[in-house]
Design a protein around this ligand. Structure first.
Ligand SMILES: [Zn+2]
Ligand SMILES: [Zn+2]
Length: 269
């Protein structure tokens, strides 16, 4: 029983394919559940409802996104369980905004991802003016702690994504990282093992084995996501991911239904 809870489609402006094509791949791969979780609209960069067209859908598009997810779920009923989700930004200080934003919608789960430190995107090739890798690392982990505490999310996305462009100063386990994992554990929010790091040539998923082992040690629940931006990447790297989860000590993954978390034993997988 495997789930892929992190997928995108054409709406965000930098992925290809229709939602139904992602679901078809999940059926073919034998997954038990596929979660749709496109990038949520951006709110923190000013009043423009479509401030970064290549990054996320327009604020005006969200209702159509919800409707289409519902239709796709109906279309595939009896073949695969389709879960309705979204990958939301978390921006420091915007807790109330994101909590209230997602509360009214009948979503199965919300992924909270730190893509932004203020107006700086963590996938930018260079650091913001005047900032060092060490202080960016600290701000990133403090922001991750705040995301966990916010209560706005069910899953924290790609925990160490700051490494993507080489901005992660500390690759090992630091006291601040241990504190962050304790905060995540206390909050009850899950993390994801996101296999896209392997496809990006990083040689490891998000998070790294060391971070994942630390999360397991502290009892943080985990789920699985491919972060597919093309239909053919649904479920990519899952055999390696399951082996990695077992190696660091995980005995189960979690799945979600209307924002409630359920445990799925890894034993039979
Ligand atoms: Zn994306
Ligand atoms: Zn993301």
């Amino acid at each position: 029983m495997l789930v892929d809870y992190h997928t995108h489609h054409h709406r965000c402006g930098h992925a290809t394919g229709q939602m139904a094509e992602y679901v078809e791949t999940a059926v073919a791969a034998g997954l038990s559940e596929i979660g749709l979780s496109d990038h949520s609209p951006i709110y923190h960069l000013g009043p423009d409802p479509h401030v970064r067209p290549g990054t996320a859908m327009s604020q005006h598009e969200f209702a159509a996104y919800l409707r289409e997810m519902d239709e796709v779920r109906e279309q595939f009923a009896g073949r695969i369980q389709v879960r309705l989700g979204v990958e939301s930004d978390y921006v420091l200080g915007w807790d109330e905004h994101y909590r209230e934003l997602w509360r009214p919608h009948p979503l199965d789960y919300v992924i909270g991802s730190v893509h932004w430190l203020g107006e700086w995107n963590i996938f930018s090739p260079s650091l913001p003016e005047g900032r060092s890798p060490a202080d960016i690392y600290q701000e990133y982990l403090h922001t991750t702690q705040a995301a966990a505490r916010s209560g706005a999310y069910d899953i924290l996305g790609h925990l160490d994504a700051l490494k993507t462009r080489g901005h992660l100063a500390e690759l090992g386990i630091t006291p601040l990282l241990e504190e962050t994992v304790r905060v995540i554990a206390e909050s009850g929010v899950a993390i994801e093992l996101n296999t896209s790091g392997w496809r990006k040539g990083l040689g490891e998923p998000y998070p790294s084995e060391a971070w994942l082992a630390l999360c397991c040690h502290h009892g943080v629940p985990v789920t699985l996501g491919s972060d597919a931006h093309r239909p053919q990447d649904v479920g990519a790297g899952f055999a390696e991911a399951v082996a990695l989860l077992k190696r660091v000590g995980y005995k189960s993954i979690v799945r979600f239904e209307l924002r409630q978390q359920f445990e799925v034993p890894l034993g039979g997988i």
